[in-house]
Design a protein around this ligand. Sequence first.
Ligand code: UD1
Length: 426
Amino acid sequence: MEKIIIRGGHRLAGRVKVEGAKNAVLPIQAAAILASSGNIVLSNVPLLADVATMNQLLRFLNLTVDFTTEKHQLVIDATAPVSSEVSLEYVNRLHASMVVLGPLLARTGHAKIALPAGGVDGSRPVSLQIKGLRQLGAVIEQQDGFIEAHADHLVGQRICLDFPSVGATESIMMAATLASGITTIENAAREPEIVDLAAVLNKMGARVHGAGTDVIRIQGVNFLHGCEHVVIPDRIEAGTYMIAAAVTNGDVVVEGAIPEHNAALIAKLEEMGVTVIRQDDGIRVFGTAVLIPAAIQTLPYPGFPTDLQPPMAVLQLLANGTSSLAETIFKHRFVHLKELRRMNAHFQLNGDTAVFSGPTHFRGAEVAATDLRTGAALVLAGLVADGLTQVQNLQYIDRGYYHFDQKLRQLGAEIDRVDRDDKNSQ
Ligand code: UD1
């Protein structure tokens, strides 16, 4: 078992390059299922564990997947007959695996997918996706630990989502590309990753309009084909480095970051006294010695992203006074705070709002990631903590951050990734 060891107290400075967006590429990989002719050729694909798991899932479905990692290029061939059953192994390893439901149903008329641990009412519910696909004419049942869907023929409908769910918007949008007639998704998610998926679908021959707004209109077509596409930069990875720069009072250019994709984060950083400069090649962040407290609420895009809430909590804890963080997307997403408490963080939880008393003098400690973004938050706290911080459970960090320790080291952090028993770690 490996761990990351950080000796805190170094300002980050320099340039860091953003990878392709994990949350864009995963649904695009799933969209490849829809292409009955030609290859889907994707560039700027991040080398992440989640991407590899989705590739394995696609191979299990009889797609041919070639990942040239040196070129960050993924070639997916879905021209052979596609099988339609996804086993628990993949679903448990990859939250996003449920997004294959829509494309599988549209391509094969059938999908049988194991229910993730916790079931449909667990931490990652799919009820909105199922409701929408039913409206398109699918018959969907849940039994024996599986969701099974059949549809001889999907028919376009007006679907109004109860909540702008990213996964539901993506899955329904993909299914609707091959439905007959017009589908309208109202109260659709507006994330940049939805826009990127729609761009790919349109290159494949689909007719999707309005992605990026809350009404998406899809005119069904008879078949879809291969295409080439460059995946957008990862706004969550970019945001994490922007926050890391602010946390260490550093000066970092996050190369390739798109300011419009991180507008909510930029607004909050500026409110806290951090300087953010929009450059042609990315975003430059200068820290400040005294951070101003801020009240933050997570919201669907373009609001403050829930995925940046854990790292942002570290910055709020460093601010000079009382800050608050209201989590409205994933209730109870506060596990990171319990780990940060080991590092001397003081906070109170009032329902889904955390109230922080700063400034915090983080102390190095042994902590464990419990999910991807908790892992990022713990590393960021380690960058400013007194003494040594040891972060375990790196498999979570590897799901979403490519070479996290190396990139931070290049920016000047004293950070190492070692085997648990490595004597150098002592
Ligand atoms: C995606 C992102 C994830 C991000 C999240 C919110 C990917 C691979 N993952 O996840 O990183 O944190 O968006 O920005 O893109 N909900 C329901 N019923 C449903 C579906 C969702 O109640 O059927 C609820 C969820 O419990 C959650 C909220 O809606 O509270 C957001 O979920 P959703 O937007 O679907 O997120 P994901 O697509 O799972």
